[in-house]
Design a protein around this ligand. Structure first.
Ligand SMILES: O=C(O)CCC(=O)C(=O)O
Length: 314
């Protein structure tokens, strides 16, 4: 699409706090034509459990894997270590992050080349949650994205493939609305159409003030009952070593006691201390879960106020 046309379209379709909008026809025609089937048939789908039950859609998690240099590691003889982005959100267990598959890497390359989706090239979409809504009954309940591990100043980039569905946005708080001279406090709602090959850009201000979700399709009103795949790309600044032992980066606990686990230098020269991943610690998991709930409800608190010094629990 011509950039002038795209700009006009953005102006016409702003949502939430004004930092969210839809861009149409994002992938080139040939890629857009084959992307749905290629993703559906080549991605390794998982069932995600939340509070003991399967969520009503299939999920796959992928991310860019990179090699870091170990500066000092008392626990292995290795000099390098593989790591991947870590995006934590409420689930009974975080699904494993696989390397970008061929089709996802092709899609990510197109999106990463668009300055509107990468804060003018300052951030990189290095992680994707791929979700398959098998028919019109599959859904995602209203939630705010969890920004513990999300690069500040980035945007969430949600690509739709397949059947058109609608994203519902609702303010977390009630707002004063005046109609026919009467002012009432109510939660505002917006419905965003997500056709094949469109991207919904979710700005972090909208995410702070609004929740979003995909309700079941209104088939009786003519909405499609067909399959849809969404690829939610994020710029993540927390990382986990692929052996599952360590994490580091923006969402890691910056006040955790120093341990002699060593440190890493990333390909871009950034240096981080490795923190041992905490697992099976109910108290820590509970604190993180409460912080996630706060982000679903509060439009007042910013991510640093909610997540404070960060978390080492997965
Ligand atoms: O499937 C969609 O378009 C919504 C995905 C979503 O809300 C999320 O990944 O947080």
């Amino acid at each position: 699409m011509e950039s002038k046309e795209a700009h006009l379209q953005e102006q016409q379709e702003r949502f939430g706090e004004g930092d969210s909008y839809v861009i149409h026809d994002v992938l080139p025609t040939e890629l857009a034509a084959e992307a749905y089937e290629l993703v559906r048939t080549t991605v390794q789908w998982d069932q995600m459990l939340h509070k003991g039950g399967s969520v009503p859609r299939l999920i796959a998690v992928q991310g860019e894997q990179n090699v870091a240099t170990l500066v000092k590691d008392v626990q292995t003889e290795q000099s390098q270590i593989l790591y991947a982005p870590l995006y934590r959100h409420p689930a009974d267990e975080q699904l494993a992050c696989h390397a970008y598959s061929a089709i996802v890497a092709r899609i990510a390359a197109v999106l990463n080349a668009d300055p509107r989706l990468t804060a003018g090239g300052r951030t990189r979409l290095n992680h994707v949650l791929v979700q398959h809504y098998r028919d019109g009954r599959d859904l995602i309940t209203e939630h705010a994205d969890k920004t513990l591990d999300v690069f500040p100043g980035s945007v969430v980039v949600n690509l739709s493939l397949g059947a058109t569905r609608h994203l519902t946005l609702r303010t977390k708080d009630k707002r004063a609305v005046t109609a026919r001279g009467i002012t009432q406090e109510q939660r505002l709602a917006q419905r965003v159409e997500l056709p094949h090959n469109s991207v919904f850009v979710l700005g972090l201000e909208t995410n702070r003030c609004w929740v979003h979700g995909i309700r079941p399709a209104r088939v009786q009103c003519g909405e499609s009952d067909g399959g849809r795949i969404s690829l939610t790309f994020r710029a993540i600044h927390t990382y986990e070593t692929t052996d599952g032992r360590f994490l580091f980066g923006g969402g890691a606990d910056s006040t955790a006691p120093a341990v002699d686990a060593g440190s890493v230098i990333l390909p871009n020269g950034a240096k981080y201390s490795l923190q041992p991943v905490i697992r099976n610690d109910e108290e820590a998991a509970d604190r993180l879960y409460k912080a996630f709930s706060t982000e679903n409800k509060s439009s007042k608190l910013t991510a640093p106020e909610i997540y404070r010094s960060g978390f080492n629990v997965i």
